[in-house]
Design a protein around this ligand. Structure first.
Ligand SMILES: *Cc1c(COP(=O)(O)O)cnc(C)c1O
Length: 441
């Protein structure tokens, strides 16, 4: 028997309340705040709070704690690297970990072309660098992104982001020449309504509408796409979607950038989610799961694209030696131990959520790959009207029962546990979600 979940005092307990009050008083008011979890320590997929409550984590610090908490291989690599040197600046000097991580990621990036790698500190910084790279490589100004997309919070990334209006409100003007089009959101696709099957109109509309009426395709540097939309609601596009985008890009000399900041590094059962479609993007971005929690992001680009001259782009901290060590160890663990686990446990979790869908009419859609699964709630299955209060209340209830969850999009629950979960963890999570939904019914 596992010693978690275990609630010994209703959260937030006394110690947690003190820290919550302090943080709320002194930290920026902009932090979204999900629920009053105050972590003290963690182990694998278990998180313990300051009052001794133990939780089963099915959100992994927003899909970041890929190898779970305190994986010995990762912790040892971090400790050893920290003992040698904390900084030198890989943009200007050399060290083995930087060379090794660039080589490793270049070889892991999908497709046969030789790649080069830029190391950054975060997902947003990887997106930001990619925006500069695609403009520099093509000499074209325009960028295409999708409604529902999340690409980060700085001005370039935020200009591409269109997942929640609050994230943009009050921050205009944004980067010019950014065009948003609908994503391949099968469950809410206006194009396919009434059609027997997907017509892939969400891709052809770029040609027939955007390029025909508004944007010269010769002015477009890149299409930025999440192979599975993350913050937008764990939305899996229809089969063939990325291939169709790849072909569209090739017709017009547009670069295809796959933002795998959330979907990459084993989360979906392959190293990168776009591998499921067998395409080769021109640029791939990774960050969240890459360092098991240490801040690191990466731009992997075809060598033919990443040809900017020395001084064109750099980063003081990007590819920090401790973060490089964490990333190399994470890649070892994911490649050697976790990919088959993600596939196996992902199937178990998906099957379990489908059973819940049969039981509860409020579950309109279940979708996902590997351990990246979205459960979308509706008021009515016929109208598909979103029911945002259900995942909201479900997340709050699950927290009080010792299960850490997170919403995504308007009315979706995202399931993104550390990749080290086992069958017992999956069954426990499903049982608690079932209990919560039963109470809400
Ligand atoms: C989280 C996320 C980002 C931003 O990453 P940060 O590390 O928070 O800057 C960018 N793109 C995607 C797809 C993400 O999920």
């Amino acid at each position: 028997m596992k010693d978690y979940p275990r609630i010994v005092v209703a959260p937030p307990g006394p110690k947690a309340r003190e820290i919550v009050t302090r943080q709320d008083r002194w930290a920026s008011t902009s932090y979204p705040k999900e629920y009053p979890l105050v972590i003290a320590r963690g182990e694998r997929a278990m998180v313990e709070d300051v009052d001794g409550n133990r939780y089963l984590d099915f959100m992994a610090g927003i899909a970041v704690a890929s190898t779970g908490y305190g994986h010995p291989t990762v912790v040892r690599a971090i400790q050893e690297a920290a003992g040698r040197f904390l900084h030198i600046c890989g943009s200007d000097f050399y060290f083995e970990g930087f060379a090794a991580l660039c080589e490793r990621l270049a070889k892991l990036a999908p497709g046969p072309s030789k790649k080069r790698v830029f190391l950054a500190n975060s997902g947003t910084e990887a997106v930001e660098g990619a925006i500069k790279l695609v403009r520099h490589a093509t000499g074209r100004p325009a960028l295409i992104a999708f409604l529902g997309a999340f690409h980060g919070r700085t001005y370039g990334g935020l200009s591409l982001t269109a997942s929640k209006a609050v994230q943009r409100a009050g921050f205009a003007p944004f980067l010019p020449e950014v065009h948003h089009v609908p994503y391949g959101y099968r469950y809410r696709c206006d194009y396919c309504r009434g059609e027997p099957a997907c017509t892939m109109r969400c891709v052809t509309v770029l040609e027939d509408e955007l390029f025909a009426k508004k944007v010269d395709p010769q002015s477009v540097a890149a299409i930025f796409v999440e192979p599975i939309q993350g913050e937008g609601g764990y939305v899996v596009p229809p089969p063939g979607y990325l291939k169709a985008l790849r072909e569209l890009c090739d017709r017009h000399g547009i670069l295809l950038v796959c933002d795998e900041v959330q979907s990459g590094i084993g989360r979906t059962g392959k190293m990168f989610a776009c591998e499921y479609e067998g395409i080769e993007p021109d640029v791939v971005l990774a960050a969240k799961g890459l360092g098991s929690g240490m801040p690191i992001g990466a731009i992997m680009a075809k060598e033919s694209v990443m040809r900017w001259r020395p001084g064109a782009h750099g980063s003081t901290f990007g590819g920090n030696p401790v973060c490089c060590a964490a990333a190399l160890a994470t890649l070892d663990v994911v490649e050697r131990e976790l990919l088959p686990n993600v596939v196996k446990l992902g199937e178990r979790l998906l099957a379990g959520t489908r059973r819940l869908q049969e039981k509860y009419a409020a579950i309109g859609d279940v979708r996902g790959r590997g351990l990246m699964i979205g459960v979308e709630f509706v008021k009515d299955r016929a109208t598909r009207e979103p029911a945002p209060e259900i995942p909201h209340e479900l997340v709050a209830r699950a927290f009080r029962k010792g299960l850490l969850l997170l919403g995504a999009g308007k009315s979706t629950l995202r399931l993104a546990p550390p990749l080290v979960v086992d069958e017992d963890d999956v069954d426990t999570a499903l049982r608690i979600i079932d209990e919560c939904l039963d109470e809400l019914d």
